[in-house]
Design a protein around this ligand. Structure first.
Ligand code: ZN
Length: 519
């Protein structure tokens, strides 16, 4: 099935420019894989010319096979007064070895004159040269027309000249950007329609949410002739963020009636939204449209009563279509199909009629109630399912541990000892580390590698801590999310406890056990 509207995700580039968002390379790889499985058409991975982390991301991403998405590297047109083939930033774009390269260039004369300090003609040359050069190197080139709308409002003729320069140089797509996020839907609509009349090339729309209209403006652009929309999961991005794909995707599919992703992808929408929040270590916003916990929660008495009679009375769609669930009405149907879907992804043969399903569901619900979150912790989830489905016990058991921290003048030393039982043999190991978790990780691994050499390659890649709300009478609990890699795959595991060390050890132990489960 060919899509009518292409989804271009820039969570890893524009999204990572949001305040409080900081992705490691492993985070980015995991999000890219999730987005690919979700079905987006493009994943903008980063800006190799702006930071070494993004160069490393592209080097790592090269060994991945993406099934649905094409990877894009982002950068800018060549600098003023330099030949394009001599421009380091452009060279790094080619070295990212992505099939798609997206470059941005200036539409607005204010920027050309005051920011670039270039002449209008110089700017046209920079746009044309860069696109031609990237096309000559065999890339699919997307031209992001920065400040397209503000530029057009200021000088429509010049704005159009910049887009025509991009088209003439062979750009495969021109995305009109409302970079400052202050335009109104009617303006977006009129200017996109104007571009449509004067250009042959496919158009895209890239909006920001500075006045709360990011999604509305993207829809206006799509309505006026754009066939490609750029945005981020959960609307992450500079200032107040980008156009929120988590809203645009279901709105297009279920309200506007335009195809963008397969229906099966829609049912993963909430999960993808929560996954990205978990990786970013951000609390999922309960009031987020479509995917928030409160999006289909009914509180008012008359609402609850009406919804119990006719669900459409206070619901604009069936929440299960986007993987969300009605709250109040006790129906675990949505939860049930989500788990079945997730179990399949993890390689389990689990259907709606599997007798163990009920027990698995109630176990997961209980753990979630205790503060566990499995969206980004597929390793721990797989262990829960396996234990109930196959009655398999863990291949090792941690019988005890000890952690100590001491400081000699300015040097802090952490030491951990772990007692582990494997096949009836008790191993007792000691290790030092940079911190208590690192020391525990070392000690546990030292104990296990003699039995399981495949664990040698596993390393702890990222570690995130969240303090959960304390509920009446209990102390605050700590949730730890650990991301691990063996150089080929990345996975997440979770631990929850009143004590951060216990929570960390749970997540560490799950990580190694999950790797062993995968053989
Ligand atoms: Zn942007």
């Amino acid at each position: 099935m060919k899509s009518e509207i292409e989804i271009y995700d820039t969570t890893l580039r524009d999204g990572s420019q949001g305040e409080g968002i900081n992705f490691s390379v492993i985070d980015k790889l995991r999000i890219a894989e999730k987005l690919d499985a979700f079905g987006v058409h493009y994943i903008e991975g980063g800006w190799p010319g702006s930071n070494p982390k993004d160069i490393e991301f592209f080097a790592e991403a090269r060994r991945k096979k993406f099934r649905n998405a094409r990877l894009a590297a982002f950068g800018s047109t060549r600098r003023k007064g330099i030949a394009v083939e001599k421009d380091d930033q452009v060279r790094l774009l080619l070295e990212a070895e992505t099939p798609v390269i997206t470059i941005y260039g200036k539409t607005w004369l204010l920027h050309v004159k005051e920011v670039l300090r270039a002449t209008p003609d110089e700017n046209l040359g920079m746009i044309g040269d860069t696109i031609r050069f990237l096309k000559d190197n065999g890339r699919f080139v997307i031209y992001d027309a920065e400040h397209a709308f503000d530029g057009y409002k200021h000088d429509p003729e010049y704005a159009l000249a910049t887009w025509q320069a991009a088209e003439k140089a062979g750009a495969d797509l021109i995305a009109l950007c409302d970079t400052n996020g202050g335009s109104l839907p009617a303006e977006i609509s009129a200017i996109t329609a104007g571009a449509r009349r004067n250009l042959i090339v496919k158009l895209g729309i890239h909006t920001h949410n500075d006045i709360g209209l990011g999604v509305a403006n993207a829809l206006a652009g799509l309505d006026a002739g754009a066939m490609h929309v750029q945005g981020t999961i959960n609307g992450y991005g500079e200032r107040t963020g980008n156009c929120n794909l988590t809203s645009v995707i279901p709105t297009l599919a279920l309200k506007v009636g335009k195809r963008c992703l397969p229906d099966s992808a829609l049912r993963k929408l909430k999960e993808v939204s929560q996954f990205v929040d978990e990786i970013a270590n951000i609390r999922h916003d309960p009031r987020q449209p479509w995917v928030g916990e409160a999006a289909f929660a009914h509180k008012g008495g008359t609402h609850v009563n009406a919804v119990q009679k006719v669900v459409q009375s206070y619901e604009h769609i069936d929440p299960a279509r986007i993987g969300n669930a009605r709250r109040v009405l006790v129906s675990d149907l949505a939860g049930r199909s989500n788990i079945v879907m997730k179990a399949h992804e993890l390689g389990f043969d689990l259907g709606n009629d599997t007798p163990e399903l009920r027990e698995i569901l109630s176990r997961i619900k209980k753990l979630e109630h205790e503060g566990y979150e499995f969206e980004a912790a597929e390793g721990s989830l797989a262990l829960v399912i396996r234990k109930i489905l196959k009655h398999q016990e863990a291949p090792f058991k941690i019988e005890g541990f000890h952690v100590s921290i001491r400081r000699d003048r300015s040097i802090a030393v952490c030491q951990a000892s772990v007692k582990v039982l494997v096949d009836g043999v008790t191993e007792h190991t000691i290790a030092e580390g940079d911190g208590p978790v690192n020391a525990l990780d070392q000690a546990l691994r030292n104990a296990l590698v003699n039995f399981y050499p495949q664990l040698k390659k596993v390393r702890l890649a990222d570690y995130k801590v969240r303090i959960l709300d304390s509920t009446s009478g209990t102390s605050a609990r700590t949730r730890v999310l650990i991301e691990s890699t063996d150089g080929k795959e990345e996975w997440g595991t979770v631990g929850v406890h009143d004590n951060i060390i216990e929570a960390s050890l749970q997540a560490l132990s799950d990580s190694l056990e999950y790797r062993l489960m995968k053989k």
